[in-house]
Design a protein around this ligand. Structure first.
Ligand code: ZN
Length: 259
């Protein structure tokens, strides 16, 4: 069974399209989705999808592109969701230096807050880091060392991969990256231990999608390309990646003894 370690299906907006999409994907052996919210405006939808579809794991958070418009009270609401859903995770969160209009201090404060919640509730988190690895790693070390996380659309210098792995991270490679992998990406895929790799689409972003069929085809092609780069038979690769996803999700534990 295939899984998609990073998807924003709620951004299709249209409920019947979303239903058709998820059912079609499931019929084609895509059985697990890490559904990442982007802003609190998405949280209700992500929550409802997680209740309607087995295999849809909700991630609640604020994407760094929206760090400047985080509504007041979001922290309480996020805590409430993490308490209500013991399997819910944190994210998408992170830092993005290419978004010069979003104040870096706002981004860091919001990431730090997400990290503390991931630590306190012991939930994996989905991390977006673009040209900000030094800062992101420093914040993880400070606020959530040892909490497993997904480095989404991972692309960084090889020493950063070592740090991500040491901190408990998984390298998630996207369909877009794997469609035309450059040498640096191939080296990263080769260097990442197979038990720390995930595959994602970031749907509906990164690629122009027109139908669920496009999506399914692209996700499967990404698995095939990554397996090829790793030099591992495709069946085995699919099995290991699924295991990785299950193991990561099983790290979500209800908060214990907080009094
Ligand atoms: Zn994303």
């Amino acid at each position: 069974m295939f899984q998609d370690a990073h998807i924003h299906i709620q951004d299709l907006k249209n409920d019947s399209q979303i239903t058709r999409f998820l059912e079609e994907a499931r019929a084609h052996e895509v059985g697990c989705f890490y559904g990442c919210a982007i802003t609190p405006a998405d949280w209700d939808m992500v929550e409802s999808l997680s209740l309607r579809y087995a295999g849809f794991i909700p991630f609640f958070g604020i994407h760094p592109w929206f760090a400047d418009i985080a509504p007041s009270g979001w922290e309480e609401r996020l805590r409430g969701l993490l308490e209500r859903y013991p399997l819910a995770c944190v994210g998408e969160t992170g830092l993005d230096k290419t978004r010069k209009n979003i104040d870096m201090e706002d981004q860091k404060n919001i990431l730090a807050c997400h990290l503390r919640m991931a630590r306190d509730y012991h939930r994996p988190f989905a991390l977006h880091s673009v040209r900000a690895w030094a800062e992101a790693i420093a914040l993880i070390k400070e606020h959530a060392p040892g909490v497993p996380f997904i480095a989404h659309s991972f692309y960084a210098a090889p020493p950063i991969l070592g740090e991500v792995l040491d901190l408990g991270g998984y390298a998630s490679f996207s369909t877009k990256q794997l469609m035309r992998p450059d040498e640096a990406l191939k080296e990263l895929v080769k260097a990442a231990p197979i038990d720390r790799i995930l595959i994602e689409t970031d749907f509906p972003y990164q690629i122009k999608w027109t139908s669920p069929e496009d999506y399914i085809e692209a996700l499967k092609a990404a698995y095939a390309m990554a397996a090829d780069i790793k030099g591992v038979p495709l069946d085995e690769f699919i099995r290991v990646i699924r295991h990785n996803g299950r193991f990561l999700a099983s790290q979500a534990l209800p908060r214990q003894g907080t009094t």
